[in-house]
Design a protein around this ligand. Structure first.
Ligand SMILES: CSC[C@@H](O)[C@@H](O)C(=O)COP(=O)(O)O
Length: 366
């Protein structure tokens, strides 16, 4: 996407075709820092520590991680065994987003048939690049389909912008281009639809306040950062027309895992008769799980992410402690919104209802 006139993606391959470059998203919006990844340990660190985050981007990073494993396999006794082991480590880096295992397995399947180490490297590089391009195109199409919903809501309203509430960052920083939840927003905005976005700050790591607000601002999209608990109040007062969120894993029966707090937004939307859409590429469907609440693994992260908050003070990125030093804290990173609360899925193939029947109608090959 365009940032200050420059075309930028959150991940790309350096000219040497061996170094993977990523934006270190921990430092946004205050610092724009690019990190080099040349070792599998560095890729895992970047995923675990959330230099890169968001389901499709975690997938693309894992895919390039397989290329890095292949690049480092040459001196090993059994290069393929080494690559397989590194892939298992990559897939374990973050548990909730299904895209990580999906992308690593997809690249590994090609690598297994490649032959020489050199062929493995080339195959992994090509497949990782293909995944990144496909996800970019998927997100573009999510925008095309989702913008129609935004436009329809605009036509139903007598006046004022379409007010869209979003949670976390499901923007291009979380994907490759356009984003998932933000793709319909960017597309509708580009078509001239009058809209405004309520951006949940998304504690504890503030992906909304830091990343979504930054993205939308760079694109000129009108937006307002709100506390995570403001959505219900705004909905009760007719100030939200629709909710669009992304997802890290959705079951093929329509249950949606996304950033912690999404479920509460869906409940409030249901209570207020507000449409609640989930935007996702098909790589984020889990075709094996049927009960999201029981089956989707929910990541628990360091309590320090809750205890400390990061921001800019006197020109320096600073962390400050919020609760009493001795109070225990817990960081549940995701929750599951049951299908019954979801109005529809916006996918690269179109929009469908949140049920096994409707999802499989759109993706009959599964
Ligand atoms: C298009 S990204 C969809 C989700 O991955 C996004 O909404 C989200 O919850 C990201 O969580 P994060 O912990 O920042 O990786």
């Amino acid at each position: 996407m365009l940032v200050d006139g420059n075309q930028i993606r959150p991940i790309w391959l350096d000219d040497d075709r061996t170094t993977v470059k990523v934006i270190d998203q921990r430092q946004l919006p205050h610092r724009f820092v690019v990190a080099d990844l040349t070792q599998v340990d560095e890729v895992i660190h970047a995923i675990v520590e959330m230099f890169v985050r968001g389901a499709p981007l975690i997938g693309a990073t894992g895919a390039y991680g397989v290329m890095i494993a292949a690049l480092n396999a040459g001196l090993k006794n059994d290069p393929m065994a080494f690559i397989e082991k590194e892939c298992r480590r990559l897939k374990a880096a973050r548990p909730t987003a299904v895209n990580l295992a999906w992308a690593v397995d997809r690249v590994l399947a090609i690598v297994r048939t490649a032959g020489s180490v050199e062929a493995c490297i080339d195959a992994a590089r090509d497949e990782a690049a293909a995944i990144a391009e496909e996800e970019a195109e998927n997100c573009r199409m999510i925008g095309v389909h989702g913008a129609e919903i935004v436009e329809a809501i605009r036509h139903e309203k007598d006046r004022g912008p379409v007010n869209i509430l979003t949670h976390c960052n499901a923007g291009w920083l979380a994907c490759i281009e356009y984003g998932t939840a933000t793709a319909p927003i960017y597309e509708a905005f580009n078509r001239g639809v009058d809209l405004h976005v309520w951006v949940d700050e998304t504690r504890p790591l503030n992906q909304g306040a830091r990343l979504t607000a930054w993205e939308l601002g760079k694109h000129g999209v009108p937006h307002t950062v709100i506390t995570d608990n403001a959505g219900g109040h705004l909905m009760q007062h007719g100030r939200v027309d629709m909710v669009i969120v992304g997802t890290d894993r959705s079951t093929h029966t329509g249950d949606v895992a996304n950033k912690i707090g999404t479920y509460l937004k869906a409940l409030a939307a249901k209570d207020n008769g507000i449409p609640f859409y989930v935007a996702l590429p098909s790589s984020t469907f889990d075709w094996t799980m049927t009960d999201g609440v029981k089956e989707i693994p929910i990541e628990e992260r360091s309590p320090d992410e809750v205890r400390y908050i990061q921001g800019l003070a006197d020109g320096q990125l600073t962390r400050v402690l919020v609760p009493p030093e001795t109070s225990p804290a817990a960081d549940f990173a995701f929750d599951v919104t049951p299908a019954r609360l979801v109005t529809g899925f916006i996918t690269e193939r179109g929009v469908c209802g949140a049920s096994e029947e409707k999802i499989h109608e759109l993706f009959p090959e599964h």
